[in-house]
Design a protein around this ligand. Structure first.
Ligand code: NIG
Ligand code: FE
Length: 386
């Protein structure tokens, strides 16, 4: 924590940070004139939302209402709601329409401080519709000042056409969809929803092994609602992250602690689903695992666009210290995307992604639950329009 600090940005990169009185004098030898911006409040590294499903059509209000009446997530999905409802919706929309819907959502995430955002496909579940979602992400990456990291999640659910012949869908994923996505350079990572009733650990291993063979980094929705060895599998495969983990086993905790796979926790999801349980964040940290937080922004289980809200939930629901909550959306979230070398810190050589919170005490960023505290955002050294 520095009081009365200064940050020098050269082009897109942080060149220096320290006490203002020690700031290097930038003289006439420099090509671009020095521009000075005075900040009141607390300056953080740009936040990193390392897990979102931001490309979708309509919100799923009926699912929410059914849940309020006591029906649970998997029963709603079995009755025709859930992920497959968003799949019908995404398949029916044009790329332009999806881009317009996604653009405003990503702009809100950015305004709430997320300067790097991972975005998954997974509501297409057929090659063309998955490519359409990934093209939306690529298009918006060129339009918005945030950095978008695209992840292929064709294994989000078995599509209705492959009901009763899931092995064929796994084959399609491994032999056609993953190679096509990799060939077009449309994704950096591949993710699987590894969960009893969705994809088994054996199927997840098959899919992620194919993805790795095609040069994609791997991630895993692991042990979200019921445990199935997802965390252990993620560690074994050298995944960037294992995400959710509300039902992680002791063995899974040990596996993550002994690996460089980041535990990405998504407390807003469990709250929105009306669940009383949360991932064992303290046990993960005490065992030596790296914990990140993300919104999991999606229409079924987490319609929030605010990482600061998720940080407050990290403190109140997961027992994180404020400093751990900040680490969880900065340097650890960068690691969950393979970006820890130059994102998630205010340090020389890091990308000039910065966020100002209009607060007196830095801990307030994880305190004002649901109130937007972010007052200014810079990405790659440039101010984002308010
Ligand atoms: O992270 N768990 C799987 N995927 C999402 C939910 C997607 C949906 O319900 O549309 C999640 O919670
Ligand atoms: Fe998710």
């Amino acid at each position: 924590m520095l009081q009365d600090a200064a940050v020098l940005i050269d082009g897109e990169t942080i060149a220096w940070v320290g006490p203002r009185r020690d700031a290097p004098k930038v003289g006439a030898q420099h090509a671009a004139p020095l521009q000075v911006v005075e900040i009141t409040g607390v300056l953080f590294p740009g936040f990193i939302d390392c897990h979102t499903h931001a490309v979708f059509g309509a919100p799923r209000l009926d699912d929410q209402e059914r849940r309020a009446l006591g029906v649970d997530y998997k029963a709603i999905a079995a009755a025709g709601g859930g992920i497959l409802q968003s799949v019908r919706d995404v398949r029916a929309r044009s790329e332009t329409e999806l881009a317009a819907l996604t653009r405003s959502r990503l702009a809100t995430l950015l305004a709430c401080g997320a300067t790097t955002i991972e975005v998954k496909s997974g509501y297409g579940l057929e090659l063309e519709a998955e490519l359409k979602q990934l093209r939306v992400i690529r298009r918006l990456a060129g339009e918005l000042p945030a950095t978008l990291i695209p992840t292929f999640l064709g294994a989000h659910e078995v599509p209705p056409e492959y009901r009763g012949k899931r092995a064929e869908y796994v084959r399609l994923l491994c032999e056609e969809m993953i190679p096509a996505v990799a060939r077009e350079g449309l994704a950096q990572c591949c993710d699987v929803f590894c969960e009893p009733g969705v994809f088994s650990a054996t199927e997840s291993r098959q899919i992620l092994t194919a993805a790795a063979r095609h040069g994609l980094a791997v991630k895993l929705h692991a042990d979200e609602l019921e445990g199935s060895g997802g965390a252990e599998l993620a560690a074994e495969l050298g995944a960037l992250s294992a995400d959710h983990l509300a039902a992680i086993s002791d063995e899974g905790i040990r596996a993550l602690a002994g690996s460089s796979t980041v535990a990405v926790l998504l407390p807003a999801t469990m709250i929105f689903l009306g669940r009383r349980s949360q991932a064992p964040a303290r046990r993960l940290i005490e065992a030596g695992a790296a914990v990140a937080l993300a919104t999991d922004f999606n229409p079924g289980t987490s319609p929030t666009l605010s990482l600061p809200l998720v940080m407050a939930l990290g403190v109140s629901q997961l027992g994180l210290r404020h400093a751990e909550a900040v680490t969880a959306v900065t340097v650890n979230a960068a690691a969950a995307l393979g970006l820890a070398a130059n994102r998630g810190q205010i340090a020389p050589g890091c990308v000039g992604d910065l966020v100002v919170a209009a607060v007196d005490d830095w801990r307030e960023v994880a305190y004002w639950m649901g109130t937007d505290v972010v007052s200014a955002v810079w990405t790659a050294g440039s101010a984002c329009p308010a």
